[in-house]
Ligand binder design. Sequence first.
Ligand SMILES: Nc1ncnc2c1ncn2[C@@H]1O[C@H](COP(=O)(O)OP(=O)(O)OP(=O)(O)O)[C@@H](O)[C@H]1O
Length: 268
Amino acid sequence: MALRRDRIPTEERRGTAPAVELRAVRRRYGRGEGAVDALRGVDLALPGGSFTAVMGPSGSGKSTFLQCAAGLDRPSSGEVLLGGEPITGLSEDRLTKLRRSRVGFVFQSFNLLPSLTVQQNVLLPQRLAGERQDRHRAQRLLAEVGLDRHGRRRPGQLSGGQQQRVAIARALITRPEVVFADEPTGALDTRSAHEVLGLLRRAVDALGATVVMVTHDPVAASHADRVLFLADGLLAGELTRPDPQAVADRMVALTAAADRRPAATATV
Ligand SMILES: Nc1ncnc2c1ncn2[C@@H]1O[C@H](COP(=O)(O)OP(=O)(O)OP(=O)(O)O)[C@@H](O)[C@H]1O
């Protein structure tokens, strides 16, 4: 399953701006006394061709971060840029188009359409974006994830690990600015999880993709170049070239600190 380098790496297409940038991003849910500050001012820049894991205790803001960074949710204040382009003020229509062509998603539960074949699932983002459906590229990506002989099958005929590999091919079909993976190994056995993480790693190293992965698993996080830790809606440190034990130690400390804090209701 050797991945071949894409003809046009992401960073060459979009210049040298970070693939993803957050500037002073805040997200408050609700109003008044019951309001919750899920993100309380996050600044970060993720370079193209990098693999970043995002970790943090339950309720620290990981999902909110992912949703805001991917244009699925709007920050209450601050700015999100994709490839140097601010997306925060875009209309819902333009945001939807941007998500379809410039962002790839890999979900814990695969989210493949059961009635479509594997190849049709891989091509779906191009179809939804109104782009030409590139069957050769779909076939090549399926070969790269080791499933080129499964293109005519339905997702229900594949194992969980195989379905997640289809989802990775689907996430890469439009050569997105960034692939967001939300607990991509959460529903997989250890061996399938290892394969999926290896594919995400190689998508970065061999295709020049940019991957941002939210995970609870220190072993999964250790496949990334860098782990960012969130605590109580703020960045709370990072590890580069992380090893699983160091990640686990950091998580134990952050979780203990979070357990000592009162619930994250906003001060109004
Ligand atoms: N739609 C919402 N309405 C109100 N509060 C919300 C909403 N979504 C999230 N929150 C709150 O915002 C905070 C951050 O939630 P978020 O889901 O981003 O954390 P997380 O780190 O992804 O948690 P987990 O690891 O448990 O999935 C939490 O206090 C949560 O209860």
